[in-house]
Design a protein around this ligand. Sequence first.
Ligand SMILES: [Fe+2]
Length: 348
Amino acid sequence: MKESFLDDRKLPLVIEPNGNGKSKEELLAWMKANKQTFDKKFYESGAILFRGFDIDTPKDFESVALQTDPRLKNDYYGTSPRNIVKDTTYVYTASELPGYYPIMQHCEMSYVKQPPISLFFYCHVEPDYGGETPICNFRKVYADMNPKIREEFDRRGLITVRNYSAPGKSGKFNLFELKKWNEIFQTTDKAEVERQCKEQEIEFEWLNNDNLRLLHRTPAAIEHPLSKEKVWFNHLQVFNPVAAPIEYGYIHQYQHRAKTLFWNIFLKLMVGVKKITTAPIDQSMNVLFGDGKEIPDSYVQHVEDLIWKNLVIFPWRKNDVIAIDNFSTSHGRLPYEGKREILVCWSA
Ligand SMILES: [Fe+2]
């Protein structure tokens, strides 16, 4: 197999067929034979992109993922709407969110007790326009951070806030609230929700009209389980409302379209109004310091600047598979137009 990098940031490591060996079986055999060095390179780099192989179906994708990490799971307490793909046990659509909706960089489910270990994405249908899945070295984001701000995040920790409305309310898509609580917990039984919260160590609070507030207390950074390097590991840049217009500002610089300019301005106005009319704890989603105080907007800007400085963006090619070490490397999604079918699975 041929190994290379896209650029000198060395993320991801790209593995391609060398000569004829491009079948899925040959790839799997090579991975098996080189398991130890493969694992070492995977954790060093943070992600591996398999490109140019005959990984033609979701089932093929699942077998490559299982060979990389046999601990695939299918519990999901995240925010994105997802659907299981037929004929597979562990493969889901990556996100059913509309194409204009960007997904900011995050380590998957960073706020839950046991986040996924490895993540896999598969390009079943190439996007017509945009729709890249950029990745970012979150070890680097932590290391590059202004030491004063980093120390404050380390000392104060974080609370991730998620507010969900009751089942059965208007099914209209809401930019800020992506699911109802029954969709997160797969039940309308409040006792069962409470049981799952206790099991997952999620603090919960029932509010008026059967609305539900979930709170996750976490550190801002964790130690990588193997290398022990510190990693920025939280959803600040996803859930803090201030991040959305900053993100769209960067997206507009990258995609330069009338639509991206519109969203950039619209989000600035909308988030400005929301900040005035809604308390931080009542925002649909938010990330606050561990003592419940708001994080200054300038800190959110700083984190976004570091992420975009370290962001690796590359276009999808059909049958690409990327394996991501969730404890060092984040992922997201850029807005897209037209067709796009990216599938996902994960281990825990
Ligand atoms: Fe994700």
